[in-house]
Design a binder for this molecule. Structure first.
Ligand SMILES: [Zn+2]
Length: 195
């Protein structure tokens, strides 16, 4: 069942839309629908990576199409949101936060599918389902701050921001009101173990 989300104020529609090439109304369009992988993939198709811009001729140079995090690989969705080393490490850290080690799926699409079909207790599902959304949102915003504001990336800070966003979204939802921000950010492993 889709979860009803209440995006925090930082996600105001006008704050980012001019830079991000993302849907202009996060409050209505950025609803996690991870129970429908197709919806996720459609949403991701709207993220205009450098590789996409090169393909359609907006940018001209292969160099400009490189990932801004590593400057080594073309900035595709798969690379930017999954395979780029610091992003990969971030996913690993987030899974460790959950108390899980993983056998990484082969593609970003299969990661989302794996997430969707993951066996999680019903009461924990609200947290679990918000995680990919928080990672994607945060990595994309981090990338844009680097590209448009030349802001250095602190990946530890980025990981903490993902946890904070998950905590905020979950505790803002009536189904997650049994948790506190601290529960989710700092005691998540205990919550999982306590059932
Ligand atoms: Zn990269």
């Amino acid at each position: 069942m889709p979860i009803c989300w209440f995006p925090p104020s930082e996600f105001s529609p006008n704050a980012h839309s001019s830079k991000l090439s993302l849907p202009s109304s996060p409050s209505t369009e950025f609803l996690p629908k991870i129970d429908k992988t197709g919806s996720w993939l459609a949403y991701l198709g709207r993220i205009k990576t450098a590789e996409f811009l090169l393909r359609i001729g907006i940018i001209q140079s292969d160099l400009d199409a490189l990932c801004k995090f590593c400057n080594e690989s073309p900035e595709s969705i798969d690379h930017l949101l999954y395979f780029c080393q610091p992003v990969w490490d971030t996913w690993t850290n987030i899974l460790s936060w959950w108390g899980m080690q993983w056998a990484p799926p082969a593609t970003f699409a299969s990661l989302l599918h794996w997430w969707k079909t993951g066996i999680v207790k019903p009461k924990h599902k609200i947290i679990w389902e918000s995680i990919p959304f928080a990672v994607i949102w945060t990595v994309w915003n981090t990338r844009n701050k680097l590209v448009f504001e030349n802001k250095t990336v602190d990946w530890m800070e980025t990981t903490d921001l993902i946890k904070a966003r998950v905590a905020f979204w979950v505790t803002s939802n009536k189904d997650g009101s049994v948790y506190t921000m601290d529960d989710i950010m700092f005691r998540l492993h205990s919550i999982m173990k306590s059932g």
